[in-house]
Design a protein around this ligand. Structure first.
Ligand code: ZN
Ligand code: ZN
Length: 308
């Protein structure tokens, strides 16, 4: 391990596990970004912010192997890289934990399990980015139907004209299934459905107390024992909020879920971004420990006292 973690006491820890070494663009190739020099930039940013526990979780759909799991048009556009070269790079040329951000694809659980179990990840971050064929967080193939790209989903219920009510219900039901699938160690950005913010007329947030939606995921979260991600990425999106909302996090804590803290950075400058806000949230809810992962074993360590 690094000098940094040795000089810190084991009870003084911050993590950033949901990290990408590159932007979500086709032009961002492994040759350009999976380099020791680039990792050094992430390490330096982390060190500056008092983060010793650092891991990388590239999107599974950037790897050709993902097409064995799902052949969505977005994935066919992006799935080019060699997943085993990625794993070898992280293990052999960096001191980062080896993770991956894997989508929950209903019906593809066994194929995703095969892909994940064939590699020795430290942890798997599980994401719900799609409902059927419809994407929650991209303009293309939007589940909200505005681009007409949603097509005919496997559930037969997708496409344009879906109400916010339906989309929010489906999202949190799917999130609960993702937790329950057992494929993942960490549930990523757990209320991603709010990504477009509260004032988007095409993609509205339902009225009233949103806990009626959160509730739909809670049984899966409670029964699976999965860790729940607190992600500052939402602050950099139109949502302008941490994922998840405080009420959602409170429910997860009551369900016994431990917390994994991340920024979902896609560039060094966003490593540990806005952690003071996340730590305030965690402190307010009485969270004193964060998850640390090694070869898919989890332990809890005390949160570091402060961030510079
Ligand atoms: Zn994601
Ligand atoms: Zn991500």
């Amino acid at each position: 391990m690094s000098q940094t973690s040795q000089s810190r006491s084991s009870s003084d820890m911050l993590s950033d596990y949901h990290l990408h070494l590159r932007p979500d663009e086709l032009e961002a190739t492994p040759e350009l970004y999976f380099t020791p020099a680039n990792v050094d930039r992430y390490r330096a940013a982390a060190e500056e912010r008092g983060i010793s526990e650092l891991g990388v979780s590239e999107h599974v759909y950037r790897f050709a192997a993902a097409l064995d799991v799902w052949r969505h048009p977005l994935w066919r556009e992006f799935a080019h890289d060699d997943i085993d070269e990625y794993c070898a790079f992280v293990r052999e040329q960096t001191d980062l934990r080896l993770g991956i951000e894997a989508d929950f694809i209903p019906g593809g659980e066994d194929r995703m399990a095969n892909l994940l179990e064939a590699r020795d990840f430290d942890y798997v971050v599980g994401s719900v980015h799609f409902l059927g064929e419809g994407s929650l967080d991209t303009e293309e193939h939007s589940v909200w139907g505005s681009t007409g790209g949603a097509g005919s989903g496997r559930s037969g219920s997708l496409g344009s004209g879906r109400s916010a009510e339906r989309i929010w219900r489906d999202y949190f039901l799917t999130l609960g299934q993702a937790a329950r699938s057992g494929l993942f160690d960490i549930l990523a950005h757990p209320d991603l459905v709010k990504v477009w913010g509260p004032t988007d007329p095409e993609r509205p947030v339902p009225d009233g107390d949103l806990r009626r939606y959160y509730e739909l995921a809670m049984e899966g979260i409670a029964e699976s024992g999965i860790a729940v991600e607190v992600s500052t990425a939402g602050l950099r999106k139109r949502a302008k909020e941490i994922y998840p909302a405080p009420a959602f996090l409170q429910m997860c804590l009551e369900a016994g879920a431990p917390v994994a803290l991340s920024s979902d950075a896609h560039r060094p400058g966003d490593v540990g971004a806005d952690y003071e806000r996340a730590l305030e949230l965690l402190d307010g809810l009485g969270v004193r420990e964060l998850c640390v992962f090694e070869r898919r074993q989890r332990r809890l360590e005390s949160i570091g006292a402060s961030v510079a």
